[in-house]
Write a protein that binds this ligand. Structure first.
Ligand SMILES: Nc1ncnc2c1ncn2[C@@H]1O[C@H](COP(=O)(O)OP(=O)(O)OP(=O)(O)O)[C@@H](O)[C@H]1O
Ligand SMILES: [Mg+2]
Length: 234
């Protein structure tokens, strides 16, 4: 059966003057629709490179990436823009909020480019920011800004939600509630969610765990009975 996402011999070489850095050395993996996927691995292993290529923000040097039957590695720039706009929600490690828009306006902005957005007030409530929604990013804590970034990605109701260390800036309880929201969204809506983390305790909550090492896939594990986020501790 054709998988929802397929990486096939994907290489990424960054050229910096005379020096070549092989960030991905031939990566193969697949992801099924609606899975909650954890990508783990050491710093510099290639995790963000994989996510950026999957999100259409970077292109591979060679290899093929299929998403729902479409070869996104063959997309031209215009097709990539459409893909990023309608199909992908992205949560960056460092939020990337628009500084002169309030929390709710940041979320609104993203939902406006979606064909099928979720209710903004509900998403804001789900991330626990209802009483902070009229604050500008500079008036929010790091964790609150991260929650705006997550609300913004969710509000688009994308078919693919990609999160690069989404809880890196959050305290334990807030981080856990955000991960629970992501897991619940995945289970309740069928959205495919891919999360990069350094936190090895989270490998128990993934339907699929992809371990990356030195630009290669070290292992892929399927959890028959993934744990609920609220039941894991770290
Ligand atoms: N734009 C770039 N130009 C040159 N080298 C890059 C670029 N982006 C990443 N690299 C290099 O590619 C390798 C993989 O980087 P990547 O950001 O994917 O790692 P990572 O697994 O996400 O690490 P971390 O956990 O620290 O975020 C690293 O050696 C990095 O220095
Ligand atoms: Mg990274």
């Amino acid at each position: 059966m054709e998988q929802f996402i397929e990486f096939n011999k994907v290489k990424k070489i960054y050229k910096m003057g005379e020096v070549e850095i092989e960030a991905l050395a031939g990566v193969d993996f697949s992801i099924s629709k609606g899975e909650f996927v954890i990508i783990a691995g050491a710093s510099g292993a290639g995790k963000s490179t994989i996510l950026n290529i999957l999100g259409g923000m970077d292109t591979p040097t060679s290899g093929k990436i299929m998403v729902e039957g479409e070869d996104i590695s063959a997309y031209n720039e215009k097709e990539l823009i459409t893909y990023r706009r309608y199909d992908v929600g992205f949560v960056f490690q460092f939020y990337n909020l628009v500084q002169n828009l309030t929390a709710i306006e940041n979320v609104e902005l993203a939902s406006q480019v979606s064909k099928n957005p979720l209710d903004i007030e509900k998403v804001i409530a789900d991330v626990g920011l209802t009483d902070r929604k009229n604050n500008f990013p500079s008036q929010l804590s790091g964790g609150e800004q991260q929650r705006v970034a997550i609300a913004r990605a969710l509000a688009k109701n994308p078919k693919l939600l990609l999160c690069d260390e989404p809880t890196g800036a959050l305290d334990y309880e807030t981080g856990k509630s955000i991960l629970k929201l992501l897991q619940d969204t995945c289970r309740n809506t069928g959205m495919t969610v891919v999360i990069i983390t350094h936190n090895l305790a989270l490998t128990d909550v993934g339907d699929r765990v992809i371990r990356v090492k030195s630009g290669l896939i070290d292992s892929v594990t399927l959890n028959e009975t993934p744990m609920d986020v609220e039941k894991v501790g770290w």
